[in-house]
Design a protein around this ligand. Structure first.
Ligand code: HEM
Ligand SMILES: *[C@@H]1O[C@H](CO)[C@@H](O)[C@H](O)[C@H]1NC(C)=O
Length: 329
């Protein structure tokens, strides 16, 4: 009995001390409850209005959060503009010209600066905006732990080193997400974001015209779908540098749902990185289960978004709260 009580006291002391040992502050839900109580409501209204005007903005904002988090952590480095001598992430070909929604973040930030100056970070605004986009486009709701601070560094070459390429196979995608602490299941589940939004032809045209030395067309692409894509994406001539776009999910293009996974067995995944999730034995079962159960997928998606949103965040005294999201203070 006595030793049990002593054991409890030791345990209590260890727990008490570890509360201080792990002093690095973490993210928490309701972070702005006392410092800027209407922050989340203002961001939500700004995002909902923007998505009502242009449904594609939901896709843009979800993708922007992903591109932020995978390069230098979720620190809003993706929002910084290039400066003389420092090309920023934002100007990498993976982001420029396709990344969209910058002006929505700027609009929310301007309102928040008027109401509670230097309080709400751009990195948090982006995390909330991605969440509100998932709510508006897919009815998926989750709480976003906040308290991220904004970074002061953005370097273009780091995008190549950290973001997955659309030509990656499943093994490469699993390895890329693993470096960010995300599992194969989370990688496949987050790829469900490709049930909304668009892709430029340049991101997949090698599948249509230059697959490998013997085949022009990717055999893991449904021939009828390939014909549709070729009509939308003619071979690029030097004269016409236009780069048209097509929906990533041609069935429910502006609804964030699990229909994306039903396209993959039909060989109608648009990017190599989509189709490989079905053709690779290491991920095909995850595709099948996400295809079968939309609710289970949406729960996993929300959890994975929260986890992605915590990659290498700056908290406490690190980083800063930017005044304008596109420039450091
Ligand atoms: C698994 C690895 C991934 C690869 C290789 C990849 C690649 C791409 C590419 C190439 C595009 C089209 C860009 C263009 O040509 O315009 C795209 C679009 C998009 N991606 Fe991903 N992506 C991946 C994962 C993710 C994740 C994890 C998310 C978010 C959770 C995401 C969200 C989106 C969205 C919403 C779009 C549409 C954007 C728009 O319409 O503006 N992607 N992705
Ligand atoms: C081209 O791809 C096909 C289908 O994946 C494959 O069977 C063939 O060996 C490849 N050819 C070359 C030269 O890599």
């Amino acid at each position: 009995m006595a030793s049990g009580a002593a054991g409890f006291r030791v345990l209590a002391l260890v727990l008490f001390m570890s509360a201080f040992a792990t002093a690095a502050p973490s993210l928490n839900v309701g972070h702005y409850l006392f410092t800027c109580p209407f922050a989340e409501a203002i961001i939500r209204k700004t995002v909902f209005d923007a998505v009502s005007r242009n449904p594609g903005m939901a896709a843009g904002l979800v993708r922007m959060h992903f591109h932020d988090c995978f390069v230098r952590g979720c620190d809003a480095s993706v929002l910084l503009k290039s400066t003389p001598g420092n090309p920023a992430e934002r100007d990498h070909p993976a982001n420029n010209p396709s990344l969209r929604g910058f002006e929505i973040i700027d609009q929310a930030k301007a309102q928040l600066e008027a109401l509670c100056p230097r309080t709400v970070s751009c990195a948090d605004i982006l995390a909330f905006a991605a969440r509100d986009s998932a709510l508006k486009a897919g009815g998926i709701f989750y709480n976003v732990p906040a308290g991220r601070r904004d970074g002061r560094v953005s370097r273009l070459p780091e995008v190549t080193q950290n973001l997955p390429s659309p030509t990656f196979n499943a093994q490469q995608l699993i390895a890329n997400f693993a470096r960010k602490g995300l599992t194969a299941d989370e990688m496949v589940t987050l790829s469900g974001a490709h049930s909304i939004g668009i892709s430029h032809c340049s991101s997949f045209s090698s599948r249509l015209y230059s697959f490998n030395a013997t085949l022009a067309q990717d055999p893991s692409l449904d021939p009828a779908y390939a014909a549709f894509l070729k009509a939308k994406c003619p071979p690029r001539s030097k004269a016409a540098q236009a780069d048209p776009t097509v929906p990533l999910d041609s069935i429910t293009a502006s609804t964030l749902d699990n229909k994306y996974y039903l396209q993959l067995p039909k060989l109608r995944g648009l990017l190599t990185s989509d189709e490989t999730l079905y053709t690779s034995p290491s991920t095909s079962r995850i595709v099948a289960s996400n295809a079968m159960n939309g609710f289970a997928w949406s729960v996993k998606f929300a959890k994975a978004m929260v986890k992605m949103g915590s990659i290498d965040v700056l908290t406490g005294e690190r980083g800063e709260i930017r005044k304008l999201c596109s420039v450091v203070n």
